[in-house]
Design a protein around this ligand. Structure first.
Ligand code: F6R
Length: 591
């Protein structure tokens, strides 16, 4: 789970690779490195951030070719030695790699027997040494790459420099890799965002393809060595730019983009009459007797809301955590339809699930924010969120966009025209929350910031909101938090409530409000400090935040701004890096 970049022919190669790695550090940020080639190969790498790496590189360094890497450690500690790029033992090749080589131990032992030496704990060093091993026999880099690809098992997006050549060789399987096409220069990166300032023309590599970029052009070959004519695609610059626009953190900027994102999605998906989805997809959904949702983390939480939307219209659904389902696939019903949800479109657990679904011949829809991602290309249908790039590791606007996408989908399947008007109302309520409620949320954040355990309570839609609110708080503030379905309290968790335990409660659903008020009494009488977030008609004196009324099925779309602000402010008050919480990465490409 790492990010890679590369360029050939750019006069300011250093600027490109450093800025590119900064853009990609959502994919991992525990160490970084670059290699410059000017006939020779010079490597700079450090544990820590890309900024720190940059400060260690002498200002005059440039390369006719350059590759870079930002790392989320899988094999080997995140130290300088294990950072990429890695040199082959004969120092002929330098490599950057995103992915995991499953059979690296076996290959490493074989290479050791052949006299190859290793200096890191990484699986990547096996790839570069295997390429060098084959190159020694044939003297042809492309042949050496093809032979290597036949031996390695696992995922890889690779950029490779060969001593003395002004080319970057590439190879790809199950990790994303794009080439950027320019006049007198060519680029590569894990996604388009580092390249968008230079070009809007891209070539997306498919699995098991390899090739190279050089100043004037590029070549791509399939697994059997046949040349492949790749189609060029263009990408919209506006949706790919990473800029803070005056905000202190991407997370805050992205929370405040929620309302414009919903409006943009409405423009994409709503027609004057009906919705603009692929009619074939809508018929498949209408024909299906069961919808299976698969997602991880926040995306799984979005699937719970989507599942409820479909169930309320009469289609049974089942939402599964992808990493669980992958090892125990279930296909309820006679005609199930599978919907995968992933903002990145690269999550390894979901890729595993997709393999299981495909083996059984079922069709799939991916709901994703990332056009051209592995899942977007591999699923039968895709529904794009158009939320713009989400930089902060904690997902905010993409979560809301996922729920909105699911809502539009249900509306299209069941001709629910009223949804458009309701969402317009939701946008107004969200705008109001963004304008007026930050101070109220900050007060709660102040009160809970030093707590060790926090509980979130809700029922129905409010329970789904609790799950997401709790995940967001724990991942960026490192406070242990737990979401509890209101009715489950008395079946165990209430034992944890004692004098002063903070409990955040969502009361936005008419159906369950009375029961929730009962639960509030239960925890209060055991000493809990309760913060209630309610809607006007369900509010009571003493509620911490009261939001104007809206149809309760929109709760996850509207109330999430409050939940996200709360996590944000607690993390800020604790002095943590909000956008890059420890141990996490934006794109989780390992199982
Ligand atoms: C939490 C968060 C994660 C992701 C999860 C799945 O804020 O972002 O829980 O939702 O890693 O990622 P995607 O949606 O890219 O499949």
């Amino acid at each position: 789970m790492c990010g890679i970049v590369g360029c050939v022919g750019l006069p300011q190669s250093r600027r490109f690779v450093i800025a590119g790695l900064q853009t990609l550090d959502y994919r991992g940020y525990d160490s970084a490195g670059v290699a410059f080639g000017n006939g020779d190969i010079k490597i700079f790498k450090e544990a820590g951030s890309v900024d720190f790496l940059d400060s260690t590189i002498p200002p005059s360094v440039e390369g006719r070719v350059a590759i870079g890497h930002t790392r989320w450690a899988t094999h080997g500690k995140p130290n300088k030695n294990n950072s990429h790029p890695h040199l082959s033992s004969g120092k002929q090749f330098a490599i950057v790699h995103n992915g995991v080589i499953d059979n690296y131990l076996e290959l490493r032992s074989r290479l050791l027997e052949d006299g190859v030496s290793f200096s890191t704990d990484t699986d990547t060093e096996v790839i570069v040494n295997l390429i060098e091993f084959h190159f020694r026999k044939t003297g042809d880099v492309l042949k050496a790459i093809a032979s290597t690809m036949r031996e390695i098992e696992g995922s890889y997006a690779v950029g490779l420099i060969h001593l003395g050549e002004d080319r970057i060789y590439v190879m790809k399987n199950a990790s994303p890799l794009l080439m950027g096409v320019g006049k007198d220069f060519h680029l590569l990166a894990s996604d388009a965002s580092p390249m968008i300032e230079y070009t809007n023309l891209f070539v997306e590599l498919d699995d098991k393809e390899y090739g190279y970029i050089e100043k004037e052009g590029y070549r791509v070959f399939d697994f059997d060595g046949n040349p492949v004519e790749k189609q060029r695609v263009t990408k919209e610059a506006e949706l790919l730019r990473h800029t803070l626009n005056g905000y202190d953190h991407y997370m805050m900027k992205e929370i405040e983009e929620i309302e414009p994102v919903i409006r943009r999605m409405t423009n994409y998906y709503c027609l004057d009459e009906g919705f603009s989805f692929d009619p074939e997809l809508i018929s498949k959904l209408r024909e299906s007797d069961h919808i299976i949702f698969l997602g991880c983390g926040t995306s799984y939480h979005a699937s719970l809301v989507g599942g409820r939307y479909f169930e309320e219209m009469g289609i049974p659904t089942a939402s599964y955590i992808a990493s669980e389902w992958a090892f125990h696939p279930m296909f309820p019903g006679k005609k199930p339809f599978v919907i995968l949800i992933s903002q990145s479109g690269e999550t390894a657990d979901l890729i595993h699930c997709l393999k299981e679904v495909k083996e059984r011949g079922f069709e799939t829809l991916i709901i994703t924010n990332t056009k051209g991602s592995t899942l977007e290309r591999a699923c039968t249908y895709s529904l794009l969120l158009h939320a713009g790039v989400e930089v902060s590791v904690a997902s905010t606007k993409a979560y809301v966009a996922q729920v909105v996408a699911l809502l539009f989908l249900v509306a299209a399947v069941f001709d629910l025209e009223y949804v458009k008007k309701d969402l317009d109302k939701a946008c107004r309520v969200i705008a109001h929350i963004h304008k007026r409620y930050k101070d109220n949320v900050k007060e709660i954040a102040e009160a809970i910031k030093n707590e060790g355990d926090i509980f979130y309570l809700g029922r129905g839609y409010d329970y789904y909101m609790s799950l997401e609110a709790s995940l967001k708080l724990k991942e960026i503030s490192y406070i242990h938090s737990e979401a509890i379905a209101g009715g489950e309290l008395k079946h165990g968790p209430i034992a944890l409530i004692e004098e002063g335990t903070p409990v955040v409660v969502f009361v936005t659903d008419k159906l369950t409000a009375a029961s929730m008020r009962g639960n509030i009494k239960e925890v209060e009488s055991r000493g809990a400090k309760v913060y209630v977030i309610s809607t006007s008609e369900l509010s009571k004196n003493g509620d911490a935040i009261v939001v104007e009324d809206y149809p309760s099925y929109l709760s996850s779309i509207i109330i999430s701004s409050i939940a996200f602000y709360l996590a944000y402010y607690v993390a800020c008050l604790k002095g943590y890096n909000v956008d890059k919480p420890r141990n996490l990465a934006k794109s989780v490409t390992v199982e």
